[in-house]
Every structure is written in structure tokens, then in C-alpha cells.
Write a protein that binds this ligand. Structure first.
Ligand SMILES: Nc1nc2c(c(=O)[nH]1)N[C@H]1C(S)=C(S)[C@@H](COP(=O)(O)O)O[C@H]1N2
Ligand SMILES: [Mo]
Length: 200
């Protein structure tokens, strides 16, 4: 049931969204099996040097925690998630971008992808999370690693991330080629690709 929302909370709810205490699983396709021995995380494309981390190396990166709201385009919002993992700010201290890098394609197990502008990706609240609300992510929610992009609709928060590819040109991801908005700002209700301004 949709709850009555206090004015404080209502302010944090983008247009057309409702509040839920649940965190529904939204996945296209099956949850991939995780095998730490074969898992790696790579940084590819327009970088001076491509990087590869095995599971242990990735888990040894500096850890942070932050609280952020999550808005799914199917209209549910779940506020105040405490995410733990590696901030993109910290990861990027190890990455030297080439000057032509302007976009990021996030590659996941199961062939899911999503695309972000470099500016959105480098926002200080973007992180690669492995825990939520004090517990390891459940496999359905992206374990061992998911992206969290609080300022954009949930499909940009890719689960089961395996690689980041920096590119000079924008390349639409899985949902972005299937009718969803390339940018996906919930505050502007950028839900569908037909809303895109050809000038942008
Ligand atoms: N790899 C992958 N990541 C994904 C998806 C997906 O289908 N595959 N669904 C997206 C969508 S539409 C949303 S709203 C969020 C939902 O995250 P959750 O399933 O943990 O609630 O994951 C996003 N990340
Ligand atoms: Mo979603």
C-alpha cells in the first residue's frame, strides 16, 4: 500500500515516485553465479594503462560508506540506503584517463551494460558497492559488486559489474537502446528516450 508521506520525505521524492520500505529485485535475466577464483574487475578503453584487479585486490581497495536514496523508473523509491564499497573518487586515483575519455560504459556479467557521461560518473556520490545496510549484497541485488549512482534512475546502478570502459563517444547501454532515457535524471523525470532533446 502507498503510505502517506511526511513533507520532509515528500521533498526527497522525485515526481511520479512513491516511497517503499521494500527493495524489489529488478533484473533482466538470471542472477549470475559468482566464483571468486575467476572474478575480476577491469578498467579499459581510453586510459593510459588498462587495469585488472582480482577479487582479493579489489577488496583491498580503500572502503567507504555513504547513505543515498534510490529511485527506480518503475516508480518505487527507497530512501536512506547505507552503501559500503569503493568510491569512484578513490578508484580514479589509480586510473589515468586519456584526454579523449568522455563517457563510461559499465559492463556486467550477463551482458548488461549501461552508459554514463564522465561528469555523472565522477560525481562524488558514485560508488562500487558490495554491502547495503550492514550486510553483503544478496546475489540478486548485485553481489559481489554493483555500481550505485544515486542521482540517476536505478537502471544506471548496474549490478554484477565487471568492467568500466572509458570511451570518446557515447554508446547506449542495455535499457538505453530499449527505449529508456540516455541520461535518466529522476528529478527531471527523464524516463524514456522519446523525451530526449536532440540538441543535448
Ligand atoms: N546487471 C544488471 N544491473 C541492473 C539491472 C539488471 O537487470 N541487470 N536492473 C537495473 C534496474 S532497472 C534497477 S531499478 C536496479 C535495481 O536494483 P535491485 O534489483 O538491487 O533492486 O538495478 C539495475 N541494475
Ligand atoms: Mo529499474
Amino acid at each position: 500500500m502507498k503510505k502517506a508521506v511526511s513533507p520532509e520525505l515528500a521533498q526527497r521524492l522525485p515526481p511520479g515516485q512513491f516511497l517503499t520500505d521494500k527493495f524489489p529485485v529488478l533484473s533482466y535475466g538470471p542472477t549470475p553465479r559468482f566464483d571468486p577464483a575467476n572474478w575480476d574487475f577491469r578498467v579499459l578503453g581510453a586510459v593510459e594503462k588498462e587495469l585488472r584487479f582480482d577479487y582479493q585486490q579489489f577488496r583491498a581497495l580503500p572502503q567507504s560508506s555513504q547513505v543515498a536514496d534510490f529511485h527506480c523508473v518503475t516508480t518505487w523509491s527507497h530512501l536512506d540506503n547505507r552503501w559500503e564499497g569503493v568510491k569512484i573518487d578513490d578508484l580514479m586515483k589509480l586510473v589515468r584517463l586519456k584526454p579523449e575519455a568522455r563517457f563510461v560504459i559499465v559492463h556486467c556479467d550477463g551482458d548488461y551494460t549501461t552508459n554514463l557521461s564522465l561528469g555523472d560518473f565522477l560525481d562524488d556520490d558514485v560508488m562500487l558497492a558490495h554491502r547495503r545496510d550492514g550486510r553483503d549484497l544478496e546475489p540478486d541485488h548485485g553481489f559481489p559488486l554493483r555500481l550505485v549512482v544515486p542521482k540517476l534512475y536505478g537502471w544506471k546502478s548496474a549490478k554484477w559489474v565487471r568492467a568500466l570502459e572509458f570511451t570518446p563517444d557515447d554508446r547506449r547501454g542495455f535499457w538505453e537502446v530499449r527505449g529508456y532515457h540516455n541520461h535518466a535524471d529522476p528529478w527531471r523525470e527523464e524516463r524514456y528516450s522519446f523525451q530526449e532533446d536532440p540538441e543535448e
